[in-house]
Write a protein that binds this ligand. Structure first.
Ligand code: TRP
Length: 332
């Protein structure tokens, strides 16, 4: 069975874009693949040497993943820093990672511009840590967005390079797994582009009914179509896309008909959209709240994940040590 792996940095709550763009697909994938879903807390140190509340953010993602339906019995859900074997592989990969190629990575260059006072080696070697995350479980498929494509190329390059240097066919080259055919691109509420945390246009899975309504009512609209059947400008098309995602077909058709007949009242559409978003989010939100307050359960899940991930990672490290020519570590 092929292995799928995905990592997420603990930077905040999940929003509808995360849900429909990725997490919903993870829930499907866990039935068809061996899945690893992990929280990349070490990666946070590259930009935040003292990540505030890192424990809380890790717990938040854990609770939200579970609330969305990721099943800890089916998939392995774990925290990166619980699996120290990743560090050892990171070290080996760094021995064959070259300054020039690391410096050429676009996201590194961006960070150099953004945080000139903290251009640390962790930032430079971000791609080798990410490669270690992936190949430690010999993952075949990695669901990522376009922004991670260069990191994925580096991961493939490091896997290939290891195989070449040690003359083995050990690590598979991880493929980027584009969910885009199946997953939905969720637009934001600010008129253009997709929903994102940094864009400030997101509806979070934990947003309560009132918050949802407030955000939706503020969404950008216009003065309505000039002629029957006119094409929808982006802000309007975005509201209809959201409606397509969360509302029933009848509801969508009703408002679409109104639009095409130049009888649309955006206030009504938004009220309906907010209600439908809330209907969708409410059960997930309740599970998040429930899970978040059950510290013991979350700890248990993290421990189970750590055990399963460590078992897989330790096997790889044993074999890698043998391939490179080290003796087995006597204490592991
Ligand atoms: N770099 C990814 C991001 O910023 C997070 C990440 C870390 C990751 N390690 C990974 C993603 C391994 C996939 C596989 O979104």
């Amino acid at each position: 069975m092929e292995t799928v792996l995905s990592g997420i940095r603990p930077t905040g709550n999940l929003h509808l874009g995360n849900y429909f763009g990725a997490v919903q697909s993870f829930v499907q994938l866990q039935h068809a693949y061996k899945c690893f879903f992990f929280i990349a807390d070490w990666h946070s140190l590259t930009t935040h040497p003292h990540p505030e509340n890192i424990r809380k953010s890790v717990k938040t993602i854990l609770a939200e993943y579970l609330a969305c339906g990721i099943d800890p019995e089916k998939a392995t859900i774990y925290v990166q820093s619980d699996v120290r074997e990743v560090c050892e592989l990171y070290l080996y990969l760094n021995m064959n990672a070259y300054l020039g190629e690391l410096e050429r990575v676009t996201s590194f260059k961006e960070k150099v511009r953004k945080q000139p006072d903290n251009i640390n080696a962790g930032l430079l070697t971000y791609p080798s840590l990410m490669a270690a995350d992936i190949i430690i479980h010999k993952a075949n498929k990695v669901p990522v967005g376009k922004d991670q494509e260069q990191n994925m190329e580096m991961a493939r390059k490091f896997a290939r390079r290891f195989n070449t240097i040690y003359e083995v066919a050990y690590f598979p080259e991880p493929e980027s797994f584009h969910l885009s055919e199946k997953a939905l691109k969720v637009p934001g509420l600010d008129g253009s582009g997709k929903m994102g945390k940094s864009e400030g246009n997101a509806i979070y899975l934990i947003d309560d009914e009132k918050t949802i309504r407030k955000k939706v009512m503020k969404a950008v609209t216009d003065s309505g179509p000039a002629l029957p059947g006119s094409e929808k400008p982006e802000p309007i098309a975005n509201l209809f896309t959201l409606m397509e995602i969360v509302s029933s077909k009848d509801t969508y058709d009703y408002f679409n008909g109104k639009y095409n007949a130049c009888e649309i009242r955006y206030g009504d559409l938004k009220k309906q959209l907010a209600a439908d978003i809330n209907t969708f989010c409410a059960p997930i939100r309740e599970r998040i709240t429930e899970l978040s307050s059950d510290e013991a359960y979350l700890d248990k899940i993290a421990r189970l994940g750590a055990e399963k991930a460590t078992e897989s990672a330790a096997r790889t490290i044993r074999e890698v040590r043998e391939i490179i020519g080290f003796r087995p570590a006597p204490l592991s």
